[in-house]
Design a protein around this ligand. Structure first.
Ligand SMILES: NC(=O)c1ccc[n+]([C@@H]2O[C@H](COP(=O)([O-])OP(=O)(O)OC[C@H]3O[C@@H](n4cnc5c(N)ncnc54)[C@H](OP(=O)(O)O)[C@@H]3O)[C@@H](O)[C@H]2O)c1
Length: 257
């Protein structure tokens, strides 16, 4: 049974990986969609397919979540129509993998501006309308990197620790309202994440998943579907999802062929 049929769900970073899979499963559950990312062509192809396949309404917008003005003006255009019932803050990335003393400052900007500030801008743009209606559900995509740090990943991990703090802070601030705040925190998932992190180096990206059976975007989207379909009195505050081959950021089982 779906509890979100006819509701409106906004997914950021919907052009790829976890976000695209969330869009698909929320549409399967009968939700109308708003899809944001920078690559509009991908959003259009996905949106057209989901609208056809699941008979839901889909609105797409090319938005860079780092761009504060773009976020607030697109949010205002959306809110002039309908207030989203569900916000999945998924847009994010890892940029590079380097010890702090060798880190690229531009990589740090991209991670902190997207994963932390972008998530905050989108939340700040939509949450007041949810508060006014006393209805809504925010799902932040965190990471195992939000509770454990791995070598050369300090800044990415810091950005995901921040997502955990923002999720908890938002939830506490909304005590006494009906608005739910959740985080879904995956471990290794095979998406375009590593390709982006290593700037298109396919061999290096593939090596991340060598010899193990990683999560897929769909696995995580199933978790998001579970979270948003929970009965209204249930708030899944944090759900961590790891591949069976991964037990911590440091414990990964790889089969040798
Ligand atoms: N894959 C993993 O192992 C893993 C594990 C834990 C958590 N996560 C988290 O899961 C989330 C999704 O990542 P993924 O694995 O699905 O990677 P992905 O396949 O690279 O997807 C990332 C998505 O974020 C969007 N995005 C990136 N920068 C953006 C910006 N400035 N403005 C708007 N959209 C932006 C991208 O769209 P455009 O490029 O079109 O803008 C894309 O749709 C991220 O928050 C990531 O940190 C991933």
């Amino acid at each position: 049974m779906s509890r979100i049929r006819g509701k409106l769900a906004l997914v950021t970073g919907a052009s790829s990986g976890i976000g695209a899979a969330c869009a698909e499963l929320l549409a399967r559950d009968g939700a109308d969609l708003i899809l944001w990312a920078r690559r509009e062509d991908r959003l259009r192809a996905l949106g057209d397919r989901l609208a056809r396949e699941f008979d839901v309404e889909v609105r797409i917008a090319s938005v860079d979540v780092r761009d504060r003005d773009a976020v607030f003006s697109e949010a205002a255009a959306t809110l002039a129509g309908r207030v989203p019932d569900i916000l999945v803050n998924n847009a994010g990335l890892g940029a590079g993998l380097a010890p702090i003393h060798e880190g690229e400052l531009d990589d740090w900007d991209r991670m902190i501006d997207t994963n932390v500030k972008g998530l905050l801008f989108v939340t700040r743009a939509f949450l007041p309308a949810m508060v006014e209606r006393d209805a809504g559900h925010i799902v932040n995509i965190g990471s195992i990197a939000g509770s454990q740090v791995y070598p050369s990943g300090g800044v990415y991990c810091a950005s995901k620790f921040a997502v955990r703090a923002i999720t908890e802070g938002t939830s506490i601030d909304l005590l006494g309202t009906s608005i739910r705040v959740s985080s879904v925190s995956p471990g290794l998932a095979e998406t375009e994440f590593s390709l982006v992190r290593f700037e298109g180096d396919e061999a290096r990206a593939e090596a991340v998943y060598d010899g193990l059976d990683p999560l897929t975007g769909r696995d995580i989207a199933e978790a998001v579907s579970f979270v948003v379909n929970a009965p209204p009195h249930v708030n899944v505050s944090e759900l961590q999802l790891l591949a069976t081959d991964q037990r911590s950021v440091h414990h990964i089982h790889r089969r040798t062929s």
